[in-house]
Design a binder for this molecule. Structure first.
Ligand code: NAD
Ligand code: ZN
Length: 349
C-alpha cells in the first residue's frame, strides 16, 4: 500500500510500504477513506516529539471501512464504516475503567496515539489495536468529513476544555486561541450551557470563523491591549469570566487565562507548552481557583456524535480544503501555512 512515512525531522514521503496485518486477536484493519492533518503531525514532523522513529506512518485522524478483524473482535465487523479514535485503549486496566484512557497501562502507560507510537492513518490501510474500543461506527446521516473531526480535534476541545473547565448553565467562557482546538471548545461550550463564549486571537480571520462556530464576542490580541481586562468586561459583575480555556500553548496565554478568571473561576489548559508557565500562587491561593490540564482521552466521541445527529453542532465547518492522497504534500503545505491559506482542517481522501 501507499503511506506517508516519517524519515526524521523535516522528512516525509508518500511511498510503498507493506500492507498492515492482524498482529493481535483484538486488532482490525481499516481501509482509510478520509483522513486529515493535525497540528500535532506538524510537531512530529519538526522532530519535536522524540519517541517517533524513522519509518513511522503519520496521522491519527480518519474514517474508513473495516476490511479484516482478529478472532477476538466482538463488536466491529468487516464492512463497518468507522471513525478511528486517535488513541488506543484496552478498557480493562484501572485507568481505562476510570476514563483516563490516555494513560492505559496495557499499552505502556501512555496511550498509543496513531502516527506517534504506532503506524497512523495517513495511509491506504491502518492496523487498529483493541479495535472494539477504538473504532466508532459512523451512523447514517453523519458524513466521513464530520466523523474525521471526532478522531481527535472535537473531543480535545470538548474534553480538556469544556468538560475539564466544568462549563455549566449561564457561565461566561473565554477561549484563548481560535485554532482548530479552540474552535472545537467554542463549538461545544454553547451546547454545554455557556451564556457567553468570547474568542481571543490575534488573527482577525480566525475570530470571524470563531463567530460562525458559536462565539458571542471576540477580543483581538494586539500591542497595548490588556486582554484579561477586556475579557473581564464581558463578565457578569466585572470580576472575571467563570472559565478560561487556554488553547494556544505559550506561557503568555496561560497568564492571560489565569488573569481573566473570577475568584472561584477555572482555567482549563489545553495547549501543549514547550516551556514552563508562571503561576503566582502567592497571589492566587486566596482566590479558590481550579486549574486543569491533560491529554485527550477521546472517550466522548459517541456523545459528540449524538450532538451532531441532533443538529446541535456541525463539525463540517472545520473543513476548508480538500485533497487526494496523491496531493498529500500539497495538503501539508496548505495546512502548515494556515495564516496565508486560511486553512482550518484539510481533508485528504
Ligand atoms: P493552532 O496553532 O492551529 O492554533 C492556535 C491559535 O492561537 C491560532 O489561531 C493563533 O493565531 C492563536 N494565537 C497564537 N498566539 C496567540 C496569543 N498570544 N493570544 C491569542 N491567540 C494566539 O493550534 P491548534 O491545533 O488549535 O492547537 C492548540 C493547542 O492545543 C496546541 O498547543 C496543541 O498542541 C494543543 N493540543 C492539545 C491536546 C491535548 O490533548 N491537550 C491535543 C491536541 C492539541
Ligand atoms: Zn487500559
Amino acid at each position: 500500500m501507499k503511506a506517508l512515512v516519517y524519515h526524521g525531522p523535516g522528512k516525509k514521503s508518500w511511498e510503498d510500504v507493506p500492507d498492515p496485518v492482524i498482529e493481535d486477536p483484538t486488532d482490525a484493519i481499516v481501509k482509510i477513506e478520509t483522513t486529515t492533518i493535525c497540528g500535532t503531525d506538524l510537531h512530529i514532523l519538526k522532530g519535536d516529539v522524540p519517541a517517533v522513529t524513522d519509518g513511522r506512518i503519520l496521522g491519527h485522524e480518519g474514517v474508513g471501512v473495516v476490511t479484516e478483524v482478529g478472532p477476538d473482535c466482538t463488536k466491529v465487523k468487516v464492512g463497518d464504516r468507522v471513525i478511528v479514535s486517535c488513541i488506543t485503549k484496552c478498557m480493562e486496566c484501572d485507568y481505562c475503567k476510570a476514563g483516563l484512557t490516555s494513560h492505559c497501562q496495557t499499552v505502556g502507560g501512555i496511550g498509543w496515539i496513531f502516527g506517534h507510537l504506532i503506524d497512523g492513518t495517513q495511509a491506504e490501510y491502518v492496523r487498529v489495536p483493541f479495535a472494539d474500543n477504538g473504532l466508532i461506527p459512523l451512523p447514517e446521516g453523519v458524513t466521513a468529513e464530520q466523523g474525521a473531526m471526532l478522531s481527535d480535534i472535537l473531543p480535545t476541545g470538548y474534553e480538556i476544555g469544556v468538560l475539564y473547565g466544568a462549563v455549566k448553565e449561564g457561565d461566561v467562557v473565554a477561549v484563548v486561541g481560535a485554532g482548530p482546538v479552540g474552535l472545537a471548545a467554542i463549538m461545544t461550550a454553547g451546547p454545554a450551557g455557556a451564556s457567553k463564549v468570547i474568542a481571543v486571537d490575534g488573527n482577525e480571520y480566525r475570530l470571524e470563523q470563531a463567530k460562525t462556530f458559536g462565539a458571542t464576542d471576540t477580543v483581538t490580541v494586539a500591542d497595548g491591549v490588556d486582554v484579561a481586562a477586556e475579557l473581564k468586561k464581558f463578565s457578569r459583575d466585572g470580576l472575571g469570566v467563570d472559565v478560561a480555556i487556554e488553547a494556544v500553548g505559550v506561557p503568555a496565554t496561560f497568564t492571560t487565562a489565569l488573569d481573566s478568571i473570577r475568584p472561584g473561576g477555572r482555567v482549563a489548559n489545553v495547549g501543549v507548552h514547550g516551556k514552563a508557565v508562571e503561576f503566582p500562587i502567592d497571589r492566587d491561593w486566596i482566590n479558590n481557583i481550579t486549574i486543569t490540564t491533560g491529554l485527550v482521552n477521546a472517550t466522548t466521541a459517541p456523545d459528540l456524535l449524538g450532538k451532531i445527529q441532533a443538529g446541535e453542532i456541525d463539525p463540517a465547518k472545520f473543513v476548508t480544503h480538500r485533497f487526494t492522497f496523491a496531493q498529500i504534500d500539497e495538503a501539508y503545505e496548505t495546512f502548515s501555512n494556515a495564516a496565508a491559506t486560511k486553512a482550518l482542517k484539510v481533508i485528504i481522501t
